[in-house]
Design a protein around this ligand. Structure first.
Ligand code: DGJ
Length: 691
């Protein structure tokens, strides 16, 4: 619920309250974010300023206590006496960095307000049986008065120029989530040059927070890292052109003493898949500032008169039930308001992917044999991975081409899909559409479509270049070819891969305009391509992947209901990866497979039951040729699959928790059924043993 009274904005969810007010000079003062408070006068929660502070700059001679540096704010700008980290760094029409936005008006609208350029959280309405189930699980409270989704938009105007800052707050009462984003509109003659423009900022009272982030790299994604927040600025940011396996966009702040189940914890995440940043810092006056949005790495955006810039939506939650409390809110929100289309709330099929069994070395006959065996064990979906097109016999050639390799697949993708479908299995296919090899027909025809700086030799990653998705003709090429394959072969599932970082942000379309717009425009191009291919085909289950979990974020989840968590399928390594991801993302979004032992990368030997127990807490599948299993192992696999099918709803959509574990290096996960109408069932796992 959103209510305004005497200049105070009260944003209420089922268990949290978020309040701020207009100050006498028109700035927005943050008042409170925490456990639910009924609406009341705000003096009790207001940050007290009783004395002027030495060596500070006052906003106005009228009031020596009004110092921007010592005010908890909703958004701040340079040049008016606030010296903390700034969410906006813009060259204004007079060439200065000074901006000062003050309140002009506000509106409250029902529902969410979609953006023109970027994916946003949606209202989560669904049709049919799955919708009934989702409603039962989440309750129908969303329709009750005071518990509907609403959006507050506050328009602020710069005191010197016709430049407007719009702050959007969408309240999802049932989810205990509030989203925030900012929009800048330039109505002034001169341009505004954006060097940093973040989606949200908030100043919270300092409670000696511990900051939790997910860091890593290829095959060791999303490892939890914690540190004390202090006066030094901490940036959690990516520079690879994607949300990255190095630093996931999600962050949490836990008050001193908070653990998995108790204490106040704030969570923040971003609906964006490109370079991101969040900044956190404690001020000298006991306020912890958090800001989040598009990363400022190589960012420079020119906003001419009449133009608007939309920032991605940031997602906030707060719980007094520790880190699990914040995770539960995020999990519910992702399942209901991020994932969309036919697969929202729908149980994901158990798949067999041929990659780790065959790599590039396969023929139709072998694939069909693998599929027959898989069907016998209970598998529901067969996925053909990399290597089916062009001269793709290694990672050195073929990316960019879509003509099938007839030596491997004499009946084409269509023929293979028909044969798989006839067995009663669904058929899935791998693509890497954002990439091109120099050794490909596409590159020979259009070398200029690849991203490379025209004044320097190109740098390669996995022998490939990235296609310039800022270009309309490149977007059209991908949409046309991928759509054709999907429709011709009646494909049920797509794995959309992206196997290198972007290194040099360069697009011919931006020549003369400045390349500071490149990274964001690439992302806008990608979202357009994904929308054009998959929105008209909502029956296709899309699993996004980027060398494993290099792009595990809420932006991709708006298109792909699940993401391949890591190329590392060793269950012991996966404990860290899946635990890390679980802070922000539900198991229904995590691709997790059983592969061979000893593991191909780590050489670690593990039992097939341990491999199953870890992979079961995700979108479950296998990456192996079952023919190499013993009869006893096959029997076990068959039982695993039957067990998973029985409890799939709980594994994928149950309430997932990390059990506080006093012994180091032990992991306990549990998932509890959500349907309140039946006695609750639960599944649990302790590292090394199956429950
Ligand atoms: C990287 C992915 O993460 C793997 O699962 C596999 O699809 C390969 N790419 C194929 O090249």
């Amino acid at each position: 619920m959103i209510q305004e009274k005497d200049g105070v904005f009260y944003l209420q969810t089922a268990h949290t309250s978020y309040w701020f007010c207009k100050t006498k000079f028109g700035h927005l003062e943050h008042l409170y974010y925490g456990p639910f408070l009924s609406i009341q006068p705000v003096d009790g929660v207001r940050y007290k300023r009783t004395a002027a502070v030495g060596s500070s700059v006052n906003y106005s001679a009228e009031d020596d206590l009004y110092c921007m540096d010592n005010l908890p704010l909703e958004y701040s700008t340079i040049g008016r006496g606030d010296y903390r980290f700034m969410p906006l760094e813009a060259v204004m029409p007079d060439g200065s960095f000074t901006a000062d936005f003050v309140f002009e008006s506000f509106t409250v609208t029902k529902g969410t307000v979609p953006m023109e350029t970027l994916p946003t959280a949606w209202e989560g309405k669904r049709e049919g049986a799955e919708s009934k189930r989702a409603h039962k699980e989440n309750g129908d409270a969303q329709k009750e008065p005071g518990r509907e989704i609403e959006t507050l938009c506050i328009t602020m105007k710069d005191t010197a120029f016709a430049v407007y800052l719009k702050l959007y707050y969408t309240v999802f009462p049932d989810m205990d989530v509030i989203t925030r984003r900012a929009v800048l509109v330039n109505e002034e003659e001169g341009s505004v040059q954006l060097r940093r423009f973040l989606s949200m900022m908030v100043d919270l009272p300092n409670r000696n927070y511990t900051m939790l982030t997910l860091n890593g790299g290829w095959s060791k994604e999303a490892h939890v890292s914690v540190r004390k927040l202090n006066e030094n600025l901490v940036l959690n940011t990516s520079t690879t052109g994607s949300s990255s396996n190095r630093h996931n966009p999600g962050i949490m702040l836990g008050e001193e003493g908070a653990n998995e189940d108790k204490g106040l914890v704030y969570g923040f995440n971003l609906i964006y898949s490109g370079n991101h940043m969040s900044a956190s810092q404690v001020s000298a006056f006991g306020l912890a500032r958090v800001a989040m949005g598009i990363g400022d790495y190589c960012f420079h955006w020119t906003l001419e008169k009449g133009r608007t810039f939309e920032t991605p939506e940031a997602v906030m939650t707060c719980s007094s039930h520790g880190y699990n409390g914040a995770s539960h809110a995020f999990h519910g929100f992702v399942n209901r308001h991020i994932v969309r289309g036919d697969w929202q709330g729908k149980e994901r099929p158990i798949l067999l992917n041929n990659w780790e069994a065959t790599f590039f070395d396969f023929k139709e006959s072998r694939l069909l044999r693998m599929a027959v065996e898989a069907k016998k064990l209970g598998i529901e979906l067969f996925v053909l991975d990399d290597g089916w097109f062009g001269e793709r016999n290694s990672d050195k050639a073929g990316l960019g081409d879509y003509d099938v390799n007839p030596k491997k697949l004499p009946h084409g993708i269509k023929g293979l899909a028909e044969r798989i479908h006839k067995m009663g299995l669904k058929f899935g296919l791998w693509f890497e559409p954002e990439m091109v090899n120099e050794d490909s027909k596409l590159y020979r025809a259009h070398p200029d479509w690849a991203i490379k700086n025209p004044n320097r030799p190109a740098v390669l990653g996995r022998n490939q270049l990235v296609l310039d998705l800022c270009r309309k003709e490149v977007q059209d090429y991908i949409v046309k070819h991928v759509s054709h394959v999907l429709d011709e072969a009646n494909v049920d599932y797509v794995k959309w891969d992206m196997n290198r970082h972007i290194a040099e942000g360069w697009s011919e379309t931006l020549r003369g305009r400045g390349q500071g717009e490149f990274y964001h425009r690439y992302m806008l191009g990608l979202y357009r391509v994904l929308a054009r291919i998959f929105r008209p085909r909502p029956h296709i289950l899309l699993e996004s992947c980027s060398s494993g979990g290099n792009r595990f974020d809420l932006g991709m989840l708006c298109y792909s209901p699940q993401i391949w968590a890591s190329d590392d399928t060793d269950p012991v390594e996966r404990l860290k990866i899946q635990t890390g991801l679980s802070y922000f993302y539900p198991p229904s979004t995590m691709g997790a497979h059983v592969s061979e032992s000893p593991h191909q990368q780590t050489l670690r030997k593990t039992s097939i039951s341990t491999r199953f127990a870890v992979a079961a807490f995700g979108c479950f599948g296998y990456e192996m040729d079952f023919k190499y299993l013993t009869a006893a192992q096959k029997k076990e696999v068959k039982e695993q699959i039957a067990f998973y099918k029985k409890y799939r709803r709980i594994f994928q959509f149950g309430e997932f928790s990390r059990v506080e574990c006093p012994k180091e290096n032990k992991v306990i996960w549990q998932a509890v059924e959500r349907d309140q109408q039946h006695p609750k069932e639960a599944v649990a796992f302790r590292a090394g043993s199956q429950a």
